[in-house]
Design a protein around this ligand. Structure first.
Ligand code: NAP
Length: 294
């Protein structure tokens, strides 16, 4: 372990956003850095939207190795980067940037974060399975791409705003995802749930302080099969009402903390160019910070 002393040799990582003071990334990344005994530090940088271009030039000038990107910069940063990976291109958003050959290269580790528990703890053959995704915002894009990467037979996205849903569907038109993707308004949900193997909540419904709300009503949830997986991207509270309902139904519940941890692990692998990232330390640091039971 280091004593976290910052010197002239300390390498810089960070997260840009606005506001950024509530970001959980510094907690988990600095815990990993300390555990690895590396002379790095991870700093939150509040950057107003109209200062983004000058800010990333400044981050390059002071030798920052890499940084995460959060709201509101995930899309607007794209034209300012030298390159973005096909994954980030597919999702249309960047959450991780690294310095490569004197240039900023953007990628998106949310897909890797989302699929991590489905590839390890709950690993199975997904090729005949059906995923139903609630919501069609930014996180839903990573979830759709992740489900396609896992090999799902069908992906159904449920949203409340028809024009936005149509735009969402059209945005995948030039991708293989179009062949397995269907979009639906909320009234189709009761028909979809009985055949669902993976039900993902990407809406903010059920987030603190509205912890008694769920995107799925009791009658609909009663038709979720035993053994299906309910996955909530929300990490506070734990469990959400949605996951409580699913567990009562005999379903497997996955909360959003693992996705948060695993997208961070994937980012650190890129910046540090090494695979041994102390994932348990990162998870524990977050759980402690959030006051969750260890
Ligand atoms: P977003 O872009 O604002 O998308 C939210 C989606 O939820 C939109 O489709 C929105 O519909 C829908 N929605 C919101 N309120 C609704 C309601 N009352 N009824 C029905 N639909 C509703 O947000 P996001 O960035 O995708 O994030 C979504 C959630 O995922 C947040 O809770 C966030 O904290 C969580 N998240 C977690 C992780 C993680 O690592 N665990 C990562 C990313 C996001 P409209 O488009 O019609 O408004």
């Amino acid at each position: 372990m280091t004593n976290n002393m910052i010197t002239g040799k300390t390498k810089l990582l960070g997260v840009i956003g606005y506001p950024v003071e509530h970001s959980l990334s510094p907690v988990m990344h600095n815990a990993a850095i300390a555990q690895l005994g590396l002379d790095y530090t991870y700093i939150p940088f509040p950057i107003e939207p109209d200062k983004l271009e000058i800010a990333i030039a400044g981050l390059a000038a002071v030798g920052v190795i890499g940084f995460n990107v959060t709201i509101p910069h995930k899309q607007t940063i794209i034209p300012l980067l030298a390159e973005i990976t096909p994954l980030a291109q597919t999702i249309g958003a960047v959450n991780t940037v690294s310095r490569q050959n004197q240039q900023w290269v953007g990628t998106n580790t949310d897909i890797e974060g989302f699929i991590a528990p489905l590839q390890t703890t709950y690993k199975q053959d997904w090729s005949e399975k059906i995923a139903v995704i609630l919501g069609n915002g930014g996180a839903a894009r990573a979830v759709v791409a992740g489900c396609q990467q896992l090999g799902f037979a069908e992906i159904h996205v449920v949203g409340r705003n028809f024009p936005k849903l149509e735009e969402f569907r059209r945005s995948w038109e030039n991708s293989p995802i179009a062949e397995i993707l269907e979009t639906h308004t909320w009234d189709d949900l009761s028909r979809l749930i009985p055949q669902t193997h993976l039900l993902v909540n990407t809406t903010p419904i059920g987030m603190y302080p509205k912890v008694d709300e769920s995107p799925v009503n009791a009658d609909e949830m009663a038709n979720l099969s035993t053994g299906a997986i309910a996955y909530d991207l929300i990490y506070i509270p734990q469990p959400t009402k949605f996951l409580q309902q699913a567990k009562q139904q005999g379903a497997i519940a996955i909360d959003g903390l693992e996705m948060l941890v695993q997208q961070g692990v994937a980012a650190l692998k890129i910046w540090l160019q090494q695979d041994n990232i102390p994932v348990d330390i990162m998870r524990q640091a977050l759980q402690k910070h959030l006051g969750l039971n260890l």
